[in-house]
Design a protein around this ligand. Structure first.
Ligand code: HAM
Length: 419
């Protein structure tokens, strides 16, 4: 039976030839994400993968609503597989924020589900790093989150030659909209049209903008002029103090598709323009208030970074490390009478963190030797002689052999592996 379209399996390397994703690449990515988050003092959280459908209605915007995996549970509740993390985070903040000192700096790596049209960089499930800072308004928090985004990508080996952050502002777009339309209503449709400006034919955009009464050319001019707002200038200055100027550029072509953003917005792209957005985020100061019916107002911003585009980019730039699939040691059992001694040794090596394997069933030495080769063992270890036995260590790469005392085996092997 085939797996569902748009879903992935993660095999250990080397994966079957038709498979593009490996568990090692995913683990490498997650470890790097967690390392950078820790350096910025962000704490990890997770939420429920299933939510009431209502959580997304009116919060996320039409585009994502059309992609929700929606179902009815056995009690007749309308529920959804989470398509994004931000509404879940807002819900968790509302129920638990009193326990935490502000600003709250949290991250998560949820698996998300969107019934999207399958295309390059877009699947129906993906893992998404979410980093959010809650309880602090102002450009210092914006800059902190953008610096975190930059350093998350740098930790993976990407440089200013590989990616850029396009910075924009929904405030600037709202002011533009009010100036040209006369009042602030139905802005979200306008944002959606601008968001898709370069992805749909000009006539379609013109048609979408007709009720708003703003010509496409006027929008293009606003994007070209790229006059930063005072908040964006403050963000740029903050990033300049960290030496991160070369990673950001003002680009009003970015408005973001989701409904709840209301301040600075940004997306990360590869410089060569080969891939879809690597990450996207922004300020959503009104979301928590809206979710609480106005009871709790908390400013917030953050970003989401998916694993799909990022792994494709890292693979294209040859920045994924060769997976180390081999074992450190293979214990050869020359005679079955030695098996208890071998098990004792294997246990000691494993307790010392040395990756060790051995044959589960009785077989001759040649067969075990072949198995050690197949497992890419660095050392073949063979207990030999009287009680207690001595241990023969054989480095398989050059067949260099040494004999060590039973009691010294673990420390000697650890030293050899480290050098
Ligand atoms: P988003 O722009 O919808 O934002 O998604 C963020 C990133 O997730 C995208 O830039 C992309 O890398 C990845 N992504 C999204 N959809 C897919 C897909 N179908 N397949 C593969 N990758 C995908 C959000 O979700 C916001 N909730 C992020 C956020 C957090 N804003 C504030 N905090």
């Amino acid at each position: 039976m085939d797996r569902l379209p748009g879903f992935r399996d993660f095999f250990p390397s080397p994966s079957p030839s038709q498979e593009r994703w490996t568990m090692e690449a995913r683990t490498h990515l997650f470890a790097s994400w967690r390392r950078t988050m820790r350096a910025y003092a962000f704490r990890e959280y997770d939420g429920s993968p299933l939510e009431h459908l209502d959580l997304y209605l009116k919060k996320s915007g039409e585009e994502i609503l059309g992609q929700i995996y929606q179902l009815e549970d056995r009690s007749g509740r309308q529920i959804a597989l989470r398509p994004e993390m931000t509404p879940t985070l807002a819900r968790m903040i509302l129920s638990g924020q009193r326990h935490y000192r502000k600003p709250i700096k949290w991250f998560s790596v949820p698996q998300l589900f969107r019934y999207e049209r399958q295309q390059k960089g877009r699947l129906r499930e993906h893992f998404q790093l979410n980093a959010d800072l809650i309880g602090e308004s102002g450009p210092a928090a914006d800059a902190e989150v953008i610096a975190l985004l930059i350093d998350t990508l740098r930790d993976l080996g990407l440089t200013a030659r590989d990616f850029t952050i396009r910075l924009s502002s929904r405030q600037a777009w709202t002011e533009f909209f009010v100036e040209h339309h006369g009042r602030a209503s139905d802005q979200y449709r306008f944002f959606q049209a601008v968001d898709k400006l370069d992805r749909v034919p000009e006539e379609v955009t013109a048609q979408q903008l007709e009720p708003v009464g703003i010509p496409v050319e006027r929008i293009r001019r606003f994007i070209r002029e790229a006059q930063p707002t005072p908040q964006l200038i403050a963000v740029q200055d903050n990033l300049a103090a960290r030496g991160l100027t070369e990673y950001v550029q003002i680009d009003y072509g970015i408005v973001r598709g989701l409904a709840y953003y209301d301040g600075v917005v940004f997306e990360a792209f590869d410089r060569q323009g080969e891939f879809r957005a690597i990450a996207g985020g922004g300020r959503y100061d009104g979301l928590i208030g809206k979710l609480s019916g106005g009871k709790t107002e908390l400013p917030a911003l953050g970003f989401g970074m998916g694993d799909v585009v990022l792994l494709e980019l890292l693979r294209a730039r040859k920045l994924l490390p060769e997976p180390k699939t081999g074992v450190d040691a293979y214990c050869l059992i020359e005679e079955e009478s030695r098996r208890p001694r071998c098990l004792e040794l294997v246990q000691r090596l494993r307790e010392a963190g040395i990756r060790t394997d051995y044959g589960l069933s009785s077989s001759n030495s040649n067969k075990q030797f072949r198995q050690a080769r197949e497992l890419e063992a660095t050392y073949l270890i063979t207990p030999q002689g009287d009680e207690p036995p001595t241990i023969q260590l054989k480095r398989l790469a050059d067949r260099q052999v040494e004999t060590v005392a039973w009691a010294d085996c673990v420390s000697v092997l650890r030293n050899r592996l480290a050098s």
